[in-house]
Structure formats: C-alpha cells, structure tokens
Write a protein that binds this ligand. Structure first.
Ligand code: A2R
Ligand code: GDD
Length: 340
C-alpha cells in the first residue's frame, strides 16, 4: 500500500472511531421523553450520559440505568453545570430538562421561568466558551405560539410567538436564546418545537395520563366510576413520544444550526374525542364530571402544526396512530394499578 492510500485509510479509521464513540448527553434523562430517548440512543453504540435533578425519581430509567452514565445536577446552578459539561466533554446534547407543565406554570410562574430560561441560557453560555463544536437540540414547545387565527392553521414556524402561559413564555425565550447563540457565537443549536406528545411513562398532570390513570384505577375498583376532567373543548395536535424521539434523533443528525422545526402530526384532535377513544378502550361504565379546579386562566383553543419543514429537511413523519398510543398509555397505567 502506498503512503497516500495508507493516509486515506488512517483518516477513514479515525473518522469511523469518532462516529462510533460519540458522547451524547441528555438533560432531563429521567423524565418522560428523556427515558424514551435514552433507550433509543443506547442502541447506537454511543456513550450516553444523563443529567438528573438531585433527588428525582429514576423509575422511568430503572431498566437501563446501569448502561447510562448519570450525574445529579440542577441545571439552574451554573458552576455545577459548567464543571459537569467540562468533565463529560459531550459531542451532542439533547436539552430536555425543564418544568414541563403548562397548567402548573400558572401557579408557579417564577419557578417555570427560572428553571427553563436559566437552564437553557447556562448551557448555551457554557457551550460558547468550549473549544469544540457541540451540537445541542433545544426542545421547545408549540405552547410558545399562543392563540392562532383560523388563517394561521396549520401553524408554520413563521408564525409570530405570542405565548399566553408562563410556560409558553419560558419556551419562547429558550427558542430565541438558541437562535441568538447561533447568530452571535455560532453555537450549533437546533430548535425543536414539539407539539403535544404522549405515551407510556408520561406522568399525571397532563391530559392523557390524567384520563388513562383514572380509567385504570376505576377498572380495579380503586376509585368510583366517575372520571374528573378539565376543559374538553380544546384541540391538540398529538403525536406518540416514540415518533417524537425519532424526530429529535433525525434533527440532531441533519437539522441545521439556528433553524426551528415543528414536530407535529398536522391533525388536531378535540380533547373530548380523545376521552371518547380512551373510554371506548375500557369495558367499565364510566361517568364524566367537570372539575373546575382543572381549568386554567387562559387556554389555547387549537394547536395544529404544519410539519412540511421537518419532512423536507430530515424525512421525518409520524407513524404511530393515536389509537395505538392511547392503548399503550392505558395499558401502562393498568400495569401500574394491577391487582395481584
Ligand atoms: O421535575 P422532575 O423532578 O421530574 O425533573 C425533571 C427535570 N428537571 C430538572 N433537571 C435538572 N435541573 C433542574 N433544575 C430541573 N428541573 C426539572 O427535567 C424531569 O426529569 C425532566 C423533564 O421531564 P418531564 O417533566 O417528564 O418532561 P417531558 O415531557 O419529558 O418533556 C421533555 C421536554 C421538556 O423541555 C418539555 O418542556 C418539552 O419537552 O415538552
Ligand atoms: N392536564 C390536564 N388534565 N389537561 C386537561 C384535563 C386534565 O384532566 N382535562 C382537559 N384538559 C385540557 C387542558 O386544559 C388543555 O387544553 C389540554 O387538555 C391539554 O393539556 P395538557 O396535556 O396539560 O397539555 P398542554 O397542551 O397544556 O401542554 C403539553 O403540550 C405542550 C406542547 O404543546 C405539555 O406536554 C407541554 O410540556 C408541551 O410543551
């Protein structure tokens, strides 16, 4: 083999090693989406690191915990976070850690704003001062769009951000910070704007686990057959968490720095209809009762996204039908309340 060929082979091998041995960090790894993402990333052969909030439950990742490199860190503590990122020296970061409840953000605006904005700003600031290019996927939310006019549906990435919840304000800010750090300092930040997503392991406090967990409890006689609900008239664009994780992986691979991408199904389901499907999956006769405590100071009546940008950019589209997602979620809760 000539010297030229030998050098080409060496370069190829070095490239292959870098590709195989990437260090991937997930913030919020023990949360709902983080646990699904970690399972998928473990199959890539890369080293998977995760940040958990000190003291938080690790139940979602109990089966894969030993294969992960976990660290406890509060992302709102700059020094802790900075030391950790430098120690891990990641190639890619999926930034999921957040206070994720729209409903709770109305009663805890400061916590929501502080955690979500500080955590994202600190990460971006740390990355800008590293001597290496790290890709970061900043996970935002359709809640940042706020109320939409009929002519703005389906919502494209060009719609002005006009959030009506503290959570939406926090996520709009994170999205803009990601853009600013790209524009100002060339931090490789990709902005994912996820519409509603659900599935097994999502905690109560979100509509589908709230409904499914009550049905599962009613089925085993742990509560009377009366299901408490909030506002049933709103419409949401709902995807399966496993499809959303595929979108995150694709964006990390092929998404462009500084760009924002909607992740959505382009279909809006009324919450009333979602409830109807869930009830149809149970043999129990269940009454439905409005619980005034679940209503919010402000509601976005409809969220339905346009997903043509992500389809074109990375070839992603949702695959799992809503009924299957709802069945799997209900079965998850049935398993939790199973009577032995
Ligand atoms: O709230 P906890 O104790 O379950 O912990 C959550 C964690 N987290 C934090 N981690 C480090 N430092 C903090 N200061 C901090 N505050 C919260 O982030 C939880 O484990 C994780 C978020 O997961 P989930 O609440 O289950 O949200 P999900 O549905 O997985 O959403 C992932 C991302 C979030 O940025 C959402 O805003 C977005 O997708 O929709
Ligand atoms: N949580 C909850 N519980 N919501 C209910 C209930 C109930 O018992 N009954 C009706 N709803 C209505 C809410 O008022 C809202 O209109 C809709 O169901 C969806 O509520 P959530 O599941 O709490 O989701 P969200 O749309 O406010 O926010 C979710 O989606 C965002 C993306 O758009 C969250 O997952 C966010 O983290 C995510 O960013």
């Amino acid at each position: 083999m000539g010297e030229g060929e030998w050098n080409t082979l060496k370069r190829f091998c070095a490239f292959a090693i870098i590709e195989i041995h990437m260090k991937v960090l997930i913030t919020g790894i023990a949360g709902f989406v983080g646990s699904h993402l970690a399972e998928r990333l473990l199959k890539t052969g890369n080293e998977i690191f995760g940040i958990c909030l000190p003291g938080e439950s690790l139940e979602n990742i109990s089966k894969i915990r030993r294969s992960l490199r976990l660290s406890e860190c509060d992302i709102t503590r700059f020094d802790q976070l900075s030391r950790l990122i430098k120690r891990i020296n990641p190639d890619q970061i999926y930034h999921l850690a957040a206070l994720s409840s729209v409903g709770k953000s109305f009663s805890h605006p400061l916590d929501t704003i502080k955690t979500n904005i500080r955590g994202t700003l600190y990460l971006l600031e740390i990355l800008r001062n590293l001597n290496k290019r790290v890709k970061i996927l900043v996970v935002g939310s359709s809640d940042m769009y706020g109320k939409v006019l009929p002519k703005e549906i389906p919502i494209t990435e060009k719609k002005p951000l006009l959030p009506i919840s503290p959570y939406g304000v926090s996520k709009a800010t994170c999205d803009l910070l990601a853009y600013q750090y790209f524009a100002s300092y060339r931090v490789y930040a990709i902005r994912a704007r996820a519409f509603n997503h659900t599935g097994p392991r999502q905690r109560t406090g979100f509509v589908i686990p709230d409904f499914a967990s009550q049905i599962a409890k009613i089925e085993v006689g742990q509560m009377p057959p009366v299901l408490k609900v909030g506002n049933l008239s709103s419409k949401r664009d709902i995807s399966d968490v496993r499809d959303v994780v595929t979108a995150y992986l694709s964006l990390m691979g092929k998404g462009k720095a500084g760009e924002a991408y909607n992740i959505c199904s382009r279909e809006a389901y009324s919450i009333k209809n979602v409830l109807k499907i869930l009830l149809s999956l149970s043999k129990k006769k269940i009454k439905v009762k409005l619980d005034e405590k679940k209503s919010r100071p402000a509601e976005i009546p409809i969220l339905m996204g346009d997903n043509s940008k992500i389809r074109k950019a990375v070839g992603w589209k949702p695959k799992i039908p809503l009924k299957k997602t709802l069945e799997d979620t209900l079965n998850f809760w049935r398993e939790k309340y199973k009577v032995f």
